[in-house]
Design a protein around this ligand. Structure first.
Ligand code: ADP
Ligand code: MG
Length: 261
């Protein structure tokens, strides 16, 4: 079975890495693919909470690496999507608990059982970034439509390339069409002038995301909003479908695509 390890990262924190990992993982599982999502951020895990699986954790990825349990004992099967599993990261151990070689070996083990392995990586400046991209076949960089976020994304795209993991693919998250139209937010075109990476998806700002995180049930599972649809489209592209990204030709078109934003 051909398997793909996808690392989700960004230049700085708080741009939507965990949200994107959880939602793309759910949407790929809904397409019938066997998916494992895991946290590359030792010590700062939150993928389990966004997924609503925090109460079911017994072992974590460091326990597997250090031989305290078998991989299968650490994997948590999602009750809503039966081909989706979470491999939790350790919460309290130090961040050096997993090195790039160990992460790669862990992913090699996961490749035997899963078609897609998604790693929620720390941002490029943080410790744990190199560990998270080491096993990657594909790297997704998340950015927000803000100058500082785009600048930091540019930097991390360079890091991805120098690690031999490029070209990174870009997700632009939290676009608000009305603000783009008023020219008080960067447009997709503005961002693409700076970042030469391929855009694999554009996710609008959507308040459904926040309530979904609080409920522990990512929007991609049953959400009806624009962000849920955007994440399902990203998953279809990752799954090999030739689904063009709707590029706004003007602020007005973005508004039509993401009607409510
Ligand atoms: P990171 O993992 O990069 O630190 P998160 O995924 O935790 O970022 O997202 C940071 C915050 O932004 C969270 O509160 C999340 O709910 C919110 N958020 C992320 N994407 C969106 C979106 N498209 N619309 C609204 N809120 C979002
Ligand atoms: Mg996160």
């Amino acid at each position: 079975m051909e398997s793909i390890v996808i690392t989700v990262t960004s230049g700085k924190g708080g741009v939507g890495k965990t949200t994107s990992t959880a939602n793309i993982g759910c949407a790929l599982a809904q397409l019938g693919r066997k998916v494992c999502i895991t946290d590359g951020d030792i010590g700062l895990r939150n993928l389990d909470i966004v997924m609503g699986l925090e109460n079911r954790i017994v072992y974590d990825s460091v326990d597997v690496v250090e031989g305290r349990c078998k991989l299968k004992q650490a994997l948590i099967r999602d009750k809503r999507l039966e081909s989706l599993f979470l491999l939790p990261a350790a919460q309290t151990r130090d961040k050096t608990a997993m090195n790039p070689q160990q992460m790669t070996a862990l992913c090699d083990q996961l490749r035997e059982d899963f078609e897609f392995i998604l790693i929620d990586s720390p941002a490029g400046i943080e410790q744990g970034f190199q560990t998270s991209i080491a096993p990657a076949d594909k790297v997704l960089v998340i950015t927000n439509p803000e100058v500082s976020s785009v600048r930091d994304a540019d930097r991390v795209i360079g890091l991805v390339e120098s690690a031999g993991k490029g070209p990174a693919q870009l997700i632009i998250n939290r676009i608000i069409a009305a603000r783009v139209a008023r020219k008080d937010m960067l447009s997709v075109e503005d961002i693409m002038e700076v970042l030469t990476s391929n855009v694999i998806g554009i996710v609008p700002e959507d308040e459904e995301i926040l309530s979904a995180s609080n409920r522990g049930s990512p929007v991609a599972i049953s959400g009806k909003g624009a962000a849920a649809m955007a994440y399902r489209d990203i998953a279809r592209r990752i799954n090999g479908e030739n689904l063009p990204v709707q590029m706004p030709r003007s602020g007005g078109l973005l508004h039509r695509i993401f009607g409510r934003a």
